[in-house]
Every structure is written in structure tokens, then in C-alpha cells.
Write a new protein. Sequence first.
Length: 96
Amino acid sequence: MTRAVHYRDRNAFLQDRAPGSFWISGPEEKGDQSFLFFCPCGCGDKSVLNIGNGFKPKHGPSWCWNGSTAAPELAPSVNWQGHWHGWLQAGVWRSC
């Protein structure tokens, strides 16, 4: 398990590269947002997910976010194929 730490400052987020940390962009016109995170396994890889605050965006792979930065949750699970698969629940990354 790895704690999900929210960064408000994108530059600090990119510089620190803390495992499980995340930064969220402002909503686009349709309400979609980008959820950037560093892999909770500690490898240092960064990825981005298309999220909606309280809804799952209709286009492409996407996730429903609970709107919390203190105890974020994403549904469905995050499957970084061939690398890491797990859940972000109550602010903690949990491997499957």
C-alpha cells in the first residue's frame, strides 16, 4: 500500500516524483480532468488518466473520481498493463 499524496503545484509534483503522488488539472469544457500520477510501485514512471469529478467521462479509457484530494478514490481499478494493477481507495493505492 502506498499513500496518495496530492500536489497543488505541478512543478513541485514533477520535481519530487514521489511514488503514488498525483496532480489534477482544472476541468475542461465537458468537465473532464487529467489525473497525473507517479506509479505507486516506486519505479518513477508517470502516467495520466482521464477523470470526471463524480462521473466517468464517455470518451476513451476514463475513471470516475470522488472529488477528494485528501482521500481520493478512482473507479474502476487502474490497470497499467504489464506494469501495475490496483485500486485507489480512501487515499491509498492498493495492488490487486
